[in-house]
Design a protein around this ligand. Sequence first.
Ligand SMILES: [Mg+2]
Length: 206
Amino acid sequence: MIFALDLEGVLAPEIWPILGAHFGIADFSLTTRDTADFSELMRRRVAAADKAGLRLADLCKVAHVVEPFLGAREFIDRLRSMGNVVIISDTFNEFADPLATKLGSVSLFSNRFETDQHGVIRGFKLRIRGQKERIVSGFKLAGFRVAAMGDSMNDLSLLRSCDFPVLYRAVQTLIDEFPEAPAVENLDDALALMEQARKKVDEQGG
Ligand SMILES: [Mg+2]
């Protein structure tokens, strides 16, 4: 069984708004609520970093200080005793790899930046955007049952394609879009749902 988790808003705070506040750059803090097109959003962020003379390393220095939410590591430890845990996120590995280590060296599937020889961000490879459903489908094709947890509209395809969806502190639009999925507000309740899922899988075999 595989537990596929979103990162930001679920296990740790959103990284871009932290960068926005730290460097005083409004374009960093924009969300998909402001600009629906994620590639366009990222182009604006990259342009803003370039304009401010910030290299990837400058952003990483701040991103790497971000800590998981209290209890997130213990949550993952518990899930690990029941199956494989992966994080599937629209963040960037360069920002969030240390977070994945802090969470207990969990596998992080996310996007990557492209930099020039000076470490200036020139682009990005969106390996996750729009691919969450495919990753889950791949796991399922390989015979795994998948439980997933997310908080935002960018998790909808992940949640819809898995066997056991959990909405965690979800935005209202996600709850409206997927009302049949259970919605919880804390990790204890989330864990209880994951344990139920594990039990169902055991009963059904798989
Ligand atoms: Mg999220």
